[in-house]
Design a protein around this ligand. Structure first.
Ligand code: ATP
Length: 454
């Protein structure tokens, strides 16, 4: 890498737009406030991230099953979960420029949060981060959940919330899943889906947005086993990031102090990623105790205790949760993959994405746009398409087209040249090493599969 890592955020922002990974939502209307649309490459990337997570967390394990719960849930769910009461950010408004901030975004924010939690915070000497005036009003409690109404009448009785986390869909289905699958503890339930938070200060592209996707897993176990289960998930999740190309120096664990933990957590460790704009949470691992099942038992009147036949006892399981944002993880994976290296044309930009995550696996490229080459190149593309996600490109010089594929992370290019017309062989070019080998068209599918590990 020749450029400094700090510059990667800007590079990615421009690449994301230029090549069709991510666009601001409703852009022709000036954007819709921290919501994003995934373009043709972005949707492939994000689907691949979700698929890789699902495979590791559900399909390759015999102790975790999947779920896809509705976004709109009974409003009591959010009272039971504590979100109506506690899913609050302290919001501060400047009396001079009227901009709004999260308390922790102000100078000495952590300290201010501590004071706020203690019941009293003094902002008289704190400057506004934008205009610098010391006119910040006292913090207001701001609930991050989006409120809406079910049915035709907008009244309190018909209030619904857009879910701010997917986890509650899992808790309220605990008994359904346990009984329908006849699971015994310990076991987990995993879910991928949209969540919504009315963030006060969204930003950094898809790092923090108001509509995003989460990949969450709740692991139910005996209360006394929760600490060990917690430890083992730390390693399992770190290994997953390693497998998909995040180097150890870009990852760290950070344990939450007692006053920082969410209202439900007995222990919380963030897996932080070194984003170009600093170390930030990518995933949270929480020991949620029996908080959620207990609250849902109380609020719904339904006994959610688990019956352990062997021990002949009934109890509420503890839950260890792993919670990561699909968008945030995709962004981290892009940051980790972004690379530039000098070459004879100046700079070669390479997204060194893991081959399972790369939007396209193979680019089919005739050496030039030539009426003799096109039919064979198209024949190769048609042959490959049912096996691998490919893209076809015949415009511009071949060197430029290789660069275009490197920049979006395509692991392999297949080039059809004039010799191919005679010997029915093509060249496979590797994104990372740029090594080239000749392969018979008849052997191309297995040769590509082998290189891609599929
Ligand atoms: P943060 O402190 O960054 O707001 P959080 O601690 O509120 O995050 P959790 O409630 O633990 O986050 O959610 C689990 C994961 O969901 C986070 O680690 C993050 O990857 C993702 N996530 C949370 N909020 C957002 C958001 N607004 N935009 C994108 N991803 C998010």
């Amino acid at each position: 890498m020749t450029l400094s890592y700090d510059a990667v955020a800007d590079k990615l922002a421009s690449l994301a737009k230029r090549r069709g990974f991510v666009f601001p939502s409703s852009e022709i209307y000036g954007g819709a406030g921290a919501t994003w649309d995934y373009g043709p490459l972005g949707v492939e990337l994000k689907n691949n991230v979700k698929r890789a997570w699902w495979r590791a967390m559900v399909q390759l394990r015999d102790d975790i099953v999947g779920l896809d719960a509705a976004i709109l849930m009974h409003p009591r769910v959010w009272e039971a979960s504590g979100h109506v009461q506690n899913f609050i950010d302290p919001l501060v408004e400047c009396g001079n420029c009227h901009r709004r901030f999260r308390l922790d975004d102000l100078r000495d924010g952590e300290e201010l949060i501590d004071q706020w939690r203690g019941g009293k915070v003094d902002l008289s000497d704190v400057p506004c981060p934008v205009c610098g005036m010391r006119k910040l009003a006292d913090p207001r409690r701001f609930n991050l959940m989006f409120k809406t109404f079910v049915g035709p009448v907008e009244e309190e009785a018909s209030v619904a919330w857009l879910r701010p986390e997917t986890a509650q869909g899992i808790f309220v289905n605990f008994e359904n899943v346990q009984q329908s699958t006849r699971r015994k503890l310990p076991f987990g339930i995993a879910q991928v889906g949209k969540s919504f938070r009315n963030e006060i200060t969204p930003g950094n592209l898809i790092f923090r947005s108001r509509e995003f996707e989460q990949m969450e897993m709740q692991y139910f176990c005996r209360p006394e086993d929760a600490p060990l289960v917690f430890e083992s998930w730390l390693g399992t999740r770190r290994d997953w990031y390693r497998e998909y190309g995040i180097r150890d120096d870009l990852l760290r664990f950070r344990e939450h102090a007692e006053n920082e933990r969410a209202h439900y957590a007995a222990k919380a460790i963030d897996i932080e990623f070194r984003f170009p704009f600093g170390w930030k949470e990518m995933e949270g691992i929480h020991n949620r105790t029996d908080y959620d099942l207990r609250r849902h038992s109380e609020y719904s009147g339904k006994d959610l205790r688990y019956f352990d036949e062997a021990a002949n006892e009934r109890f509420l399981p503890y839950v260890v949760e792993t919670a990561v944002g699909a968008d945030r993880a995709a962004y981290a994976l892009l940051c980790a993959a972004y690379d530039e290296e000098p070459d004879k044309e100046g700079v070669r930009v390479v997204l060194r994405l893991h081959r399972d995550l790369a939007p396209y696996k193979v680019a089919v490229l005739p050496l030039s746009k030539n009426e003799k080459l096109t039919p064979l190149a198209r024949e190769v593309a048609v042959m490959l398409r049912p096996h691998l996600l490919i893209t076809y490109d015949e415009t511009q010089a071949i060197g430029r087209r290789y660069r275009r594929q490197d920049e979006i992370g395509t692991p392999l290019c297949v080039t059809i040249d004039f010799d191919s017309l005679e010997d029915r062989q093509v060249t496979i070019r590797d994104r990372d090493s740029m090594a080239q080998v000749r392969v018979a068209i008849a052997d191309l599918v297995p040769a590509l599969r082998e290189r891609l590990g599929v």
